[in-house]
Design a protein around this ligand. Structure first.
Ligand code: CDP
Length: 227
């Protein structure tokens, strides 16, 4: 637990470990964890299921506006749900992963999700991870972290997570570099480092080392706020 209430923004490229770090930090500090990437993935999954053309920004914006995100896991756990159902495993499928950056490039979608993200985090200490959290969604967050790692290590981690063979490393590196490029070069809320963010290069660091570092920074922020 922390001696103050804090919002923490964690941004970074694909596979930098944001979700694992954010989840563990939130648990250790008694904060809510919001995975904003899962929301973009869920909208992409729903659009594919309902055959909404992924080139139709207005239709995707309407689909997003009509989607209801909620907190609701077993025994009151704060797990993210959509339209009253837990998010399906298919939001992590290759099909969704290859299309999500296109869907996330539309301001029509982003403005709806941004509003929902702020609502979900309202009134409580929250750890949010994504691409535009420190820059756009929570620019006033007391602690902003930008997590990164070498492309090779990020691709290796993702292969391990998916239980795939290491011989696929070149393809995975290529796919991730392509997605990073799309996310960093898009017109609306591109992936970028907030001016006052702390950059942590996690190459060669273990999950617990990164978690400890973020918690250390959070404590420093609380201490300086109490001065
Ligand atoms: O976990 P991984 O790094 O694969 O990505 P994610 O956090 O699940 O996000 C999936 C995609 O959603 C990203 O590649 C971005 O295109 C988009 N995204 C975004 O645009 N803004 C956010 N705040 C979060 C995700």
């Amino acid at each position: 637990m922390l001696p103050c209430q804090l919002n923490i923004a964690i941004d970074g490229p694909a596979g930098a470990g944001k979700s694992s770090v954010a989840r563990a930090v939130a648990q250790a500090l008694g904060l809510i964890y919001l995975d904003t990437g899962a929301m973009y993935r869920a909208i992409t999954w729903k659009a594919l299921k309902l055959q909404v053309p992924l080139t139709d920004a207005n239709a995707l914006g309407e689909l997003t506006a009509g989607s209801e995100f909620c907190w609701g896991g077993p025994n009151g756990a704060p797990e993210l749900c959509m339209d009253g159902e837990p998010l399906p495993a298919a939001i992590r499928s290759q099909e969704v992963t290859s299309q999500v950056s296109l869907v996330a490039s539309y301001e029509e979608v982003r403005k709806e999700l941004r509003q929902k993200q702020r609502e979900l985090g309202k009134g409580r200490g929250v750890v949010m991870d994504g691409r535009d959290i420190g820059t756009v969604v929570m620019p006033a967050a007391a602690l902003k972290i930008f997590l990164t790692a070498s492309l090779e290590e990020r691709a290796e981690r993702r292969l391990k997570e998916l239980g795939q063979d290491s011989s696929l490393l070149p393809q995975m590196m290529q796919a991730m570099a392509r997605r990073d490029h799309k996310d960093a070069s898009r017109q609306h809320s591109p992936l970028s480092i907030a001016p006052n963010a702390t950059i942590i290069d996690t190459t060669g660091l273990s999950l617990s080392q990164v978690v400890d570092l973020v918690i250390w920074h959070a404590r420093q922020v609380c201490l300086s706020e109490g001065e």
